[in-house]
Design a protein around this ligand. Structure first.
Ligand SMILES: [Mg+2]
Length: 212
């Protein structure tokens, strides 16, 4: 019996085709080049390496280059959300008819996540945002991020559904006993090709109601 749902934010609550993550990603590379002195030709490979070893670019830079994570997060999320997204009445209606309690579990900062929810018009449906500050920069798919979230949840993991467009982010959740749903509408930049043990595969976020 699923009574609680953890939603990823970016490229999950809205489609990749919105293009916003493209700008966020470009700003990460820009930060590495202009603030940290990486040679432009090396940035893609370096980020791919961080992604594989640490989960995110932020975590790689934090561990290996000792950057100020807040300065990095402020820079990369300084995007005009409302130029990419708009109110999503269909999403709002789906969330409204789902009786489960809902939260966001994201590697992005909480204030940015709140702005995305506000622009989508769905903020009222989410009781909590478990963002990068809450998980203390231990980005998904690091196990400690899930342990922190699970400890804060009002229900045991087996009453929880987690939805994410990054397949590997679902692996720790599944191991802890959560039900997992992989959103396939996005192809991951770094070859997250969907080899996952997720319980469900969703073509769009609007299919969540169907599996409950
Ligand atoms: Mg995502």
């Amino acid at each position: 019996m699923i009574t609680y749902i953890l939603f990823d934010l970016d490229d999950t609550l809205y489609a990749t085709s919105a293009g916003m993550m493209h700008e966020v990603s470009a700003r990460m590379s820009e930060y590495m080049i202009t603030r940290l002195g990486f040679a432009p030709a090396t940035v893609d490979a370096q980020r791919k390496d961080y992604w594989a070893r640490y989960g995110t670019t932020l975590r790689g830079l934090y561990i290996e280059r000792h950057i100020d994570p807040q300065a990095f997060l402020r820079f990369v999320h300084d995007v005009r959300v409302d130029t990419y997204l708009q109110a999503d009445a269909r999403l709002e209606a789906m969330l409204a008819q789902m009786p489960q309690r809902k939260a966001i579990f994201t590697n992005a900062p909480e204030d940015y996540a709140r702005e995305v929810l506000r622009v989508l018009g769905v903020e009222r449906h989410f009781e909590t945002i478990f963002g990068i500050n809450f998980i203390e920069y231990q980005s998904k798919p690091t196990q400690c991020a899930y342990d922190k979230v699970a400890a804060a949840l009002p229900v045991p993991p087996n009453a929880c559904l987690m939805i994410d467009d990054t397949a590997r982010n679902l692996v720790p959740a599944k191991k802890m006993g959560m039900t997992t749903a992989w959103l396939t509408s996005t192809a991951d930049r770094y070859g997250d090709d969907g080899h996952t043990s997720a319980d469900y595969t969703l073509a769009t976020i609007y299919d969540v109601a169907k599996i409950l």
